[in-house]
Design a protein. Structure first.
Length: 282
């Protein structure tokens, strides 16, 4: 499958864009079939930025203007990214070596996320929190639950919450006991985004939580609630969107939190091994 060079160009530039520019860039990636019909004004309105920001982004991407950008955009049918026929073609035409290479590149690209200043700030925030609430939706819920257990091995106070099942009962009684502690919400989501995700983030921020969102390369909405938004590439040419890089991102968080206090982390895992041995689990 040929990949539209416009989208490859945008993804390559994402780590070096400003927050406003990245917002427009991700909107383009997430709305491939609409952008070609729009104007600079409509693109600015859809993303809540100025037309100057849109123009600056296009120049930074190497295009002379919106007309040049749209001409290149339509050179490859963007709808192929979502059509079932194209997904079937991926099953039939992409060699295994190419799939492995694409998955590997997606994980390697995480370096652009881990070297951001916000990464260290986020790790400090998670390490110093008194309570950490983790939630995940739809196809990545299981991944979020596994992350909760793994993070719980290296520090106290980590709990998975199921928003749809509990209705955030964990945050209800009494409000003062929540608001007077250092709390973090870590939210994991991927296309198509769960409708509860953004609402949950908004509630958490209103209650004074720090919020961390771990998502795919198309997520735009999270920046309205936090600067701790970290992206993992999901479009690697597989039949379904890949979660390999997202899972690696979660693993890096566990490692980085453990790294903040090696002695404490070792004591915790030694104690955990002793308990599991006594239980006869291994």
């Amino acid at each position: 499958m040929d990949v539209n060079p416009v989208f490859e160009n945008i993804r390559a530039h994402l780590p070096n864009l400003t927050k406003s520019e990245a917002l427009v860039a991700r909107y383009i990636l997430n709305n491939e079939t609409k952008v070609g019909l729009g104007t600079g004004a409509s693109l600015a309105a859809a993303t809540g930025v100025s037309e100057i920001t849109v123009s600056r982004l296009l120049r930074k991407l190497g295009y002379k203007g919106l007309r040049d950008f749209k001409l290149r955009l339509v050179s490859v049918d963007p709808e192929g990214y979502v059509h079932s026929e194209e997904r079937l073609a991926r099953l039939l035409s992409i060699p295994e070596s190419a799939r492995i290479e694409a998955e590997s590149r997606a994980i390697q690209k995480l370096s652009s996320q881990l070297t951001r200043p916000e990464w260290q700030e986020m790790i400090n925030c998670v390490f110093n929190a008194e309570r950490i609430f983790v939630t995940g939706f739809q196809t990545v819920r299981g991944m979020a639950e596994d992350f909760t257990r793994r993070l719980g091995i290296v520090r106290d106070g980590v709990r998975f919450i199921s928003v749809r099942e509990s209705g955030l009962a964990e945050w209800a009684p009494p409000a003062s006991s929540i608001e007077n502690t250092r709390n973090v919400l870590i939210l994991v989501d991927i296309l198509l985004y769960a409708k509860e995700a953004e609402i949950t983030c908004a509630i958490a921020r209103r209650m004074g939580f720090d919020v961390v969102v771990l998502s795919d390369e198309f997520n735009n909405w999270a920046y309205e609630h936090t600067d701790f938004v970290f992206h993992a590439e999901s479009k690697t040419g597989l039949f379904l969107e890949s979660t390999a890089a997202l899972n690696s991102l979660l693993n890096f968080i566990v490692h980085s939190v453990a790294e903040r206090s090696p002695v404490q982390s070792r004591e915790r895992i030694d104690n955990w091994y002793a308990l599991t041995k006594e239980l006869g689990m291994f």
